[in-house]
Design a protein around this ligand. Sequence first.
Ligand SMILES: [Zn+2]
Ligand SMILES: [Zn+2]
Length: 311
Amino acid sequence: MCHCQANGSIEARRWDPERVDGGGWVGIVRTVLGKLPKRFATGEPREQKEREVKRMKSVAVVGAMLLMVCPLVTADVTVGYLGHSCFTVQAEGGLLILIDPYADYLPYPGLPTTADVVLITHGHIDHCAHCYGQKDRVEGDPTVVWPFGTDGRVREGSWKIIEGLSVRFVEATHVTASGGGQGSVCLFSFVQDGIRFAHLGDLGRTLSEAQIAALGDVQVLLIPVGGAYTIDAAEAIAVVKQLPSVRVVIPMHYYVEGYCPWPDIAPVDGFLDLAIAEGWTVRESEVAELSLSAESLPDQAEVWTMTFAEK
Ligand SMILES: [Zn+2]
Ligand SMILES: [Zn+2]
């Protein structure tokens, strides 16, 4: 069963695209009419995999986590997790950037929320509330960024979205090695307060050399790990290795009982086990918000899990 039935429509507006990499494209964001998705039956809950490896557990206090990393820093950028592939990124006093707000078919409790800018990696129900007539899932009259052109391809390049935010758009396939997923996704890469973030949407394969170059020196990586419709845990490990500048890896798009409707997506544990096998530090936090500064990032890649926001 595919979790992604239709590329939907968005009412994207007010984004007056301006290239910042010397390219020539100028236009307006397209509104695409789409079909409403079918409802999906939820399968039997997957048994929680027995954990074979004890992991470091850092609980509840963001400050404590930062102190473990570096005791003398000021937190500058807040990363919020709203479940599945939905995150907020906000520098102190800066724009509230929301990525991949899901429709209410996914019962994660993080939405509605406010935003200044909404970045949408592709038009599937678990990434684009706007594509399913649910723009009220995002409040605050945000600028909504739909990265596909009228030809259905990602408008690759670096774009000034609004003052204070330029974003690189990188096209990637959604189709996995086993044929899961469909179409294309846009990978986003942007800098806030000196930290380059990348959100890999529903990436279906490991990265090409061109994609690696286009993403740039990513330090905080939001990456799907659950397989079925995206790269799986082993491929996600390979992607992290493709980006040697990465310091913090935050997994997303994995099965969470009661919230993720698709049990063929694996839970996060398999990815965490592989990360530990690589010798990487894994920090399982029970926070929905992390504060980061460029100086506070660990020297080597670490995996930090987050708990989605409850309201
Ligand atoms: Zn998708
Ligand atoms: Zn998805």
